[in-house]
Design a binder for this molecule. Structure first.
Ligand SMILES: [Zn+2]
Length: 509
């Protein structure tokens, strides 16, 4: 059977100021996608940008250019950032793509024709920066519950999506699909704070700006962000077109990875749109926490903004990836600081992994001119290392399926830590002094190289650049997950590649 995996990040508001928090979500999605590919799945990993709305129209006006010119420029910035982080997305959708615009228009019309969308009058409170409407009961003191800014009162003719009609069905669905919303704290929040008090119909069109997809049968209106943005997950697959093979193959999505601030849209509005379209719901929406700096959200206005490329240039892409994946218990908020990045890089990447590879290759060069032979002089002490290497994939699998990515990485690093311990226990430098122990020494070195290979095969999903460097240094092409079922895929009589420091210890300034 062909195994498929469809994973998405949110489509981001195109900004010139993407910060480390954006990178966090995308690096996690990338590692999940890479892991599934290595595990034999056909993967579709999608990210993109959400490019319509009043805010962008205004920014373009300020800059004296068209909205399309404005978004083209900021989108190229996003694409450049993902490239510098080795993000392996398969599709990058822009909501200004013609196909997307056409399909969203069809979806809106279809929902209107079947009376899931109706025309009414909107009176209420609106937050322009967040592009969110709020009811007076949601907005205390006339302030936006999301950003705390002042709301403005608006009144206009608008189209509405009947959320209320579907609320019982949605609650029933969430209760009968325990994995649909994770973590469970967010699920409870959605049920108790939003669904149970009763859903109000949602305003899904606007007349106060033009930069959006027009309602096909009422050109004064543009389709508001929810239907436009959320539909990206199916428009990109050819939904409602003659060429919908990908849609048939990949929908429903396996995982929508989202920040906690947009869980509500992905677990209430989006499922109801899908129910109205008579489509299956995604298997899971996971709302992760934020990567914050010294307890604060990152933003230019708070003055804690730094372009992630500055960190990448300074510390290397895999130090950044490793920090994001390893430091934050998934689902919770994590704290980012340069000090903790340095600590993490030194402790794990330099002292454990870098040191292991460097020491092992150094000994192989010194004692055997860099040629790895396996003379099979086994001792009991080897078994612990070999058993650990062979049993790790299963542990990593389990943690990855539960999105416990930090734990999965810890499983992999256990091989590296154990290998360092194995060096201390077998004392190769002492063996080297006794010519009769030469064959035992060769076996010890082989076991170390093979253990490094085992860990690196798994590490590829997380740190692709570092893994490629290690494979080159140990000179092996046994890199697939199929080579993890037994110890000994590393070929005897291999000549090692050139030794190179993977991670130098960073001295704090
Ligand atoms: Zn707001």
């Amino acid at each position: 059977m062909n195994k498929k995996y469809y994973i998405t990040t949110p489509i981001y508001y195109p900004s010139a100021n993407f910060h480390i928090g954006h990178c966090y979500t995308t690096i996690i999605a990338d590692s999940l996608a890479r892991y599934k590919r290595l595990d034999g799945y056909e993967v579709l990993f999608q990210t993109g940008t959400d490019e319509h709305g009043e805010k962008i129209e205004n920014k373009a006006k300020e800059a004296g250019i068209t909205p399309k010119m404005y978004v083209d420029e900021v989108v190229s910035n996003a694409i450049d950032l993902w490239k510098s982080l080795n993000i392996s997305y398969d599709k990058f959708i822009r909501t200004t793509d013609k196909l997307h615009e056409q399909t969203v228009s069809k979806i809106f019309t279809k929902l209107y024709e079947q009376d899931d969308i109706y025309k009414g009058e909107y009176k209420g409170l609106y937050c322009t920066p967040c592009e969110s409407f709020w009811t007076p009961s949601q907005a205390k003191d006339n302030l936006c519950p999301d950003c705390g800014r002042e709301l403005k009162e608006v009144s206009e003719e608008a189209y509405f999506l009947r959320l209320s009609k579907y609320q019982d069905r949605l609650l029933e669905y969430i209760n009968s699909h325990p994995d649909f919303i994770e973590p469970i704290s967010r699920k409870n929040e959605m049920i108790n704070n939003f669904i149970k008090p009763g859903l109000e119909d949602l305003c899904v069109s606007r007349t106060s700006f033009k930069w959006g997809i027009p309602v096909s049968f009422d050109q004064n209106h543009v389709i508001y962000v929810w239907i436009d943005a959320l539909s990206n997950y199916i428009t990109s697959l050819g939904y409602l077109t003659n060429n919908d093979e990908e849609f048939q193959k990949f929908w429903p999505a396996d995982l929508h990875l989202v920040g906690k601030e947009i869980v509500r849209f992905h677990t209430i509005i989006w499922p109801i749109i899908l129910m109205a379209l008579d489509l299956p719901l995604p298997h899971q929406v996971f709302g992760h926490g934020w990567l914050i700096v010294n307890g604060k959200k990152l933003s230019k206005s708070l003055g804690n903004y730094k372009d992630p490329r500055e960190y990448i240039n300074k510390y290397g892409v895999d130090a950044i990836r490793y920090f994001c994946l390893r430091e934050v218990p998934f689902g919770n908020d994590g704290n980012f600081s340069e000090e903790s990045l340095i600590l993490r890089t030194n402790a794990d990447l330099a002292n454990v992994l870098g040191n292991l590879v460097n020491r092992t290759i150094g000994m192989a060069e010194k004692y055997f001119d860099g040629i790895i032979t396996n003379t099979k002089v086994k001792e009991d002490i080897d078994e612990k290392l070999i058993d650990l290497a062979i049993s790790t994939k299963q542990k990593v699998d389990k943690n990855m399926s539960e999105l416990h990515i930090a734990d999965a990485l810890d499983n992999i690093f256990e091989i590296f830590r154990q290998s360092n311990k194995y060096i201390d226990e077998t004392t190769p430098w002492a063996l080297a002094k006794d010519p009769e122990k030469n064959d035992r020494l060769a076996t010890v070195i082989y076991n170390l190289i093979e253990s490094i290979r085992f860990g690196t095969v798994l590490l590829q999903a997380f740190l692709p650049e570092t893994s490629a460097k290690i494979f080159a240094q140990i000179n092996t092409d046994a890199c697939s997950f199929n080579t993890l079922d037994k110890f000994g895929y590393y070929k005897e009589n291999t000549k090692l590649g050139k030794k190179e420091v993977l991670f130098a210890r960073i001295e704090e300034e």
